[in-house]
Ligand binder design. Structure first.
Ligand SMILES: O=c1ccn([C@@H]2O[C@H](COP(=O)(O)O)[C@@H](O)[C@H]2O)c(=O)[nH]1
Length: 272
């Protein structure tokens, strides 16, 4: 999916919601555990309930790999079930020496047909470029993450006197054709989102951290939105575990709709 198609969908749905599929067997209703593939059954119902409000789905790969071969199978079935016009993100946070990164890219872009994968920048250019070589696929580079520990490295001053996340943003722009690059920017980062937007005015941000982590959607839009929206805001637990009983799908639908309504008004206000 290209940027224009993504923006079209955002306008059509008045939404920039990404639903995080962090499906955890210990949190889904116990009735589902009797089924052949509880993870897929849960995801299927979540997708059916939220697809009208979501422009992206983000399975966090850890939740699937933790289950071994069966988890990978549930992941593939989930990916196949997501409507084709909705953007898909493999939240895998990969990156290694070049030949290994090439195989990670092949795993998520060819063996599985994800639109994008999250990548860690700290092994540098040769660890990221293999992902950028795939036509029509997206790299989502970790820039300023939502967790408390992000200040351990991302906020420290680099040799040039700038915080390290500035270096990541500036340097990564020199890594070839970065049209299909997005950046992870945590919703918990408040005004720093404006600094990121200044450095990469035209790129999309994947923004985790609203809902369970306490980030503010209003602040994200105020500081991060650009004239093509430029934001995919993720909520995982806040939507998929809105109820842990068998009414989980209707509860997820309500939460997704609530966020979408808020997003519609923020698009009116800030996306010009
Ligand atoms: O900086 C980051 C990068 C990734 N994540 C991931 O996003 C979701 C957030 O889940 P919530 O339940 O909405 O808090 C999860 O998969 C994280 O691994 C992040 O939170 N922060």
């Amino acid at each position: 999916m290209n940027k224009a198609e993504l923006f079209e969908q955002i306008k059509r749905k008045s939404s920039f919601l990404c639903v995080g599929l962090d499906t955890d067997l210990s949190k889904i209703p116990s009735d589902l555990l009797k089924l052949e593939d509880p993870v897929f059954e849960f995801n299927k119902q979540i997708i059916d309930a939220t697809a009208e409000y979501a422009v992206a789905y983000k399975p966090n790969i850890a939740f699937y790999e933790a289950l071994g071969p069966k988890g990978w199978e549930s992941l593939q079935k989930t990916l196949d079930y997501i409507p084709k016009d909705i953007f898909t993100i493999a939240d895998a946070k990969r990156g290694d020496i070049g030949n290994t990164s090439g195989l990670y890219a092949k795993a998520f872009f060819e063996s599985m047909d994800f639109d994008s994968v999250t990548v860690a920048p700290y092994m540098g250019v040769d660890s990221v470029q293999p992902f950028l070589e795939f036509q029509d696929k997206w790299v989502i580079l970790l820039a300023l993450t939502s967790n408390a520990g992000s200040s351990d490295f991302q906020l420290i001053e680099s040799k040039s006197g700038k915080p390290l996340f500035h270096e990541v943003l500036e340097k990564s722009q020199l890594w070839g054709n970065t049209d299909n690059m997005m950046y992870v920017v945590g919703a918990t980062r408040g005004e720093l989102i404006a600094e990121v937007r200044k450095l990469v005015p035209d790129h999309f941000f994947l923004v985790p951290g609203v809902g369970a982590q306490g980030g503010s959607l209003e602040e994200v839009a105020q500081y991060g939105m650009n004239d093509t929206c430029g934001l995919l805001v993720n909520s995982s637990r806040g939507i998929i575990y809105a109820s842990q009983k068998m009414d989980f799908a209707s509860a997820a639908k309500r939460e997704a709709e609530k966020l979408q309504l808020e997003m519609a008004s923020l698009l009116e206000q800030y996306c010009r």
